[in-house]
Design a protein around this ligand. Structure first.
Ligand code: UGA
Length: 441
């Protein structure tokens, strides 16, 4: 009989994992402590925006293979394999990771287990966490019940979550027994048969693969943005520089787009947690460059504010700024550590009237930032603006007609934080076009 799977924590990662496991043919129970979230998912509604996920959710529910509950007791009864997908956010007042959701997940589930179980951690954690959790699991499980831990980091990107889960670039499993490896080989039999590479390793390496990957991705982005800073003073063009670098296969162009830098619920907090953990382990110096990576990234936001001020004639006080984009990246409604939100709120703080629009992120932004004004369309945000800013590279903004937008604004001045627009087309339509790391033109 096929193994039965539970997914504990149904955020971006967990909801996607649950729907994809059901799609692969498993019986799946999704579990969360938030009844509102469970109610929505059980009714086929995604509590967040993720292209392509809702049809999978609907299919899973219709087939009867995918169900949701708030009960850990039901999860313990139901599952052979329990995937732990809860959040590990940045701890308030420190760079370290807050592991409380993970601990509470294990502490709640372990005493309820009655059948042989494999608990598989997927959350991003500091090296050493899995070993602590394994020890905790062994202590809390009832006598006579076999329960083992494994670590299986997740590499999905928001906006591409379904494809990244069904056809990942690699599967990494940290295990302490051949039995645990066999269970995970079975769970991932589909992708493995399609040729997805599998790395079987120990806990610490599995944990570190994930943070090292995110640290590398963040470094690539900050590298090209550091070059953008140099380009600005040398009167060079960072987009052409990036293109020229990309032809060198050792460098490549993927994940090295210059602009407003990285945000979201992963890269910023993961590099900070990595630095904190490395320092605790006595290897702080080895990753101290990540402090620069973080600093370069944060400087992008300040530079964007300066660019907006320049375009407004020196100061934004009393001027109207149209903000296009609030989500930390396109095809997402996630505004966690969003560079766009930082820029918008900084301009508001400098006295600008900020009118913002995002195709998916507006509701989340409104909840956290009621001080900003929100439009329901691109043209609404552009109406009467003295300066327009592109802060997230949604296709809708890329495809916008500079003539049509030009008729709505008070002044044809635009700063492109994501190199999303064609400068020639906008300049030809009479716009003053500025972008980070490109000559003023
Ligand atoms: C990131 C990683 O890419 C995933 O592999 C990882 O699984 C995930 O974190 C996680 O730890 O859960 P994600 O945060 O969804 O995924 O987004 P990315 O596509 O990596 O983008 C992150 C930020 O970098 C965005 O703000 C984006 O606009 C920015 N970015 C990305 C750039 O500025 N330039 C680029 O070339 C690429």
């Amino acid at each position: 009989m096929a193994r039965r799977i539970t997914v504990l924590g149904t955020g971006y990662l967990g909801a996607t994992h649950a729907a994809c496991m059901a799609e692969l043919g498993f019986e799946v129970l999704g579990v969360d402590v938030d009844p509102g979230r469970i109610e929505a998912l059980a009714a086929g509604r995604l509590p967040f925006y993720e292209p392509g996920l809702e049809p999978l959710l609907a299919r899973g529910l219709r087939s009867g293979r995918l169900r949701f509950t708030t009960s850990f007791a039901d999860a313990a009864d139901f599952g052979d394999v329990h995937f732990c997908c809860v959040g590990t956010p940045q701890r308030a007042g420190s760079g370290g990771a807050d592991l409380s959701q993970l601990f509470s997940c294990i502490d709640t589930l372990a005493p309820l287990l009655r059948r042989p179980s494999l608990i598989v951690g997927k959350s991003t954690v500091p090296a050493g966490t899995a070993a602590i959790l394994a020890e905790r699991l062994a202590r809390l499980v009832s006598p006579g019940v076999t329960a083992e831990l494994a670590w299986n980091p997740e590499f999905l990107r928001e906006g591409h979550a379904v494809a990244d889960t069904l056809r990942p670039e690699r599967i990494v499993v940290g295990v302490r027994s051949a039995a645990a490896e066999a269970v995970l080989r079975d769970v991932y039999a589909g992708p493995l048969a399609d040729g997805v590479p599998l790395v079987v390793t120990d806990f610490a390496t599995a944990e570190l693969v994930k943070v090292a990957a995110n640290a590398f991705l963040a470094t690539k982005i900050s590298f090209i943005n550091a070059m953008a800073e140099v380009c600005e003073v040398a009167d060079a063009d960072v987009t052409m520089l990036a293109q020229a670098l990309s032809y060198d296969h050792r460098i490549g162009g993927a994940g090295m787009r210059p602009g407003l830098g990285f945000g979201g619920g992963c890269l910023p907090k993961d590099i900070r947690a990595f630095m904190t953990r490395a320092e605790e382990l006595g290897a702080g110096e080895s990753v101290s460059f990540l402090r620069q990576v973080d600093a370069i990234n944060i400087r992008r936001r300040a530079r964007m504010v300066t660019l907006a001020q320049d375009l407004a004639g020196g100061a934004v006080d009393g001027r109207q700024v149209g903000v296009l984009g609030l989500a930390f990246k396109p095809d997402s409604d996630d505004i966690r550590d969003s560079p766009a939100i930082d820029v918008a709120t900084a301009l508001h703080g400098l006295g600008a009237r900020v009118v913002a629009y995002d195709p998916a992120g507006t509701a989340n932004a409104q909840r956290g930032h009621p001080e900003l004004e929100y439009a329901t369309s691109l043209l609404g945000a552009a109406a009467d603006a003295d300066v327009l800013l592109v802060l997230t590279e949604w296709a809708e903004f890329r495809d916008a007609d500079p003539e049509v937008i030009g008729k709505a604004v008070a002044q044809r001045a635009i700063a492109d934080g994501r190199h999303a627009l064609d400068p020639a087309a906008w300049r030809a339509a009479g716009w003053t076009y500025r972008a980070l790391g490109r000559p003023a033109g």
